[in-house]
Design a protein around this ligand. Structure first.
Ligand code: 2RA
Length: 335
């Protein structure tokens, strides 16, 4: 049956991508309700070739809405998602606001689609780096039981939304022309020809909020409360794909060859791994598509005797599988 679908944050990078995913996946949208803040009211979005006016995001806007795709920040999600649920909608929210609430399923469909049915009106979309890292980890876990992850992420500017994309483009132009970069918002420092080892704020033991998401969300999604995670999240001068170097410790032995075999059959994964010919995942190849590319699959030479450990490299589109596509895939389970 056709659904009335609202997109909260319809004019942002993720909201715009959600529209494109709904079209591509032929989602049964009977009526589209694009919602945004005051400054975007009056704009239009294009959906199935038609221009649809953007409405003000407010509680009343959710009257008659069946499904809400949330692409707004934590504060607006916290204020408006419960209002939408009150009016009978089911929400798939991409903000961090509800991800760790016990009553809110946190879902990557390739891993825990079964949790969707437990929702009480809100289903949370995980953080982009969590999604891109766990899509390949999960099938390996199913065979060899993961106990520990050591992750370094190389996160694209798009993670900071349109402001991140436009700032990196601006800075690259400055560097090319020899002009001083000047301000660096939304980043703490200049990103062009640089790396910034900070995404979010630091906690009292020196980890950022982004790094703690990998541990806290990973435990909830994979139902592994004992999972041990050490994560370092770095902002890199790349437009829209996140990359991750992941070392996985397992209870049982798992060879690189067997891991490659498992990943070649895994949902949402594409194995791109021929180092002898310099073939491996790269952001230039993974942008604007929905699969997580995995390569550099190899034994962890540093593993102590008796510890089963593998290392691999993966890349995925942060705006698509890292946010919009994953949310629409969850919404497909609500039909
Ligand atoms: C980032 N994961 O990359 C955060 C939010 N998208 O900035």
């Amino acid at each position: 049956a056709q659904k009335t679908v609202a997109i909260l944050g319809a004019t942002g990078v993720v909201g715009t991508q959600m529209l494109q995913c709904l079209e591509e996946r032929d989602f049964p949208v009977g009526k589209l309700v694009p919602l945004a803040s005051e400054r975007s009211v009056g704009k239009t979005v294009t959906f199935r070739g038609e221009r649809v006016p953007v409405q003000l995001a407010c509680p009343e806007a959710f009257e008659g809405v069946d499904i809400v795709l949330g692409a707004a920040g934590d504060a607006q999600a916290k204020e408006l998602m419960p209002e939408a649920v009150k009016r009978g909608a089911t929400c798939v929210d991409n903000s961090h606001a509800f991800r760790l609430y016990d009553e809110v399923p946190l879902v990557i469909p390739e891993i825990n689609a079964g949790d969707i049915a437990k929702n009480q009106g809100i289903i949370a979309n995980p953080n982009c780096a969590t999604i891109i890292g766990l899509v390949p980890v999960w099938p390996l876990h199913q065979e060899a039981h993961v106990t520990r992850l050591i992750v370094s992420t190389y996160q694209a500017a798009s993670g900071a939304g349109m402001p991140g994309l436009t700032e990196l483009e601006r800075e690259m132009a400055c560097v090319a022309s020899g002009e001083p970069v000047g301000q660096t918002k939304p980043f703490q420092h200049q990103l062009a020809v640089n790396l910034i080892p900070q995404i979010g704020g630091f906690n009292e033991v020196g980890y950022t909020s982004e790094e703690m998401k990998m541990q806290n969300e990973g435990r909830k999604i994979m139902h592994l409360p004992e999972l041990r995670v050490n994560c370092t999240c770095v902002r890199v001068p790349v437009m829209r794909s996140h990359s991750e170097s992941i070392t996985v410790e397992f209870e049982k032995p798992l060879s690189p060859e067997r891991a490659r075999q498992i990943l070649e059959a895994a949902p949402g994964v594409k194995v791109v791994d021929d180092p002898a010919n310099s073939v491996y995942p790269m952001p230039l190849d993974t942008s604007d598509q929905d699969l997580v590319y995995v390569g550099r699959i190899r034994e962890d030479l540093s593993a102590p005797d008796g510890v089963n450990s593998l290392t691999f490299w993966c890349c995925g589109d942060q705006i698509r599988k890292g946010a919009a596509t994953n949310a629409v895939q969850i919404a497909e389970y609500l039909l």
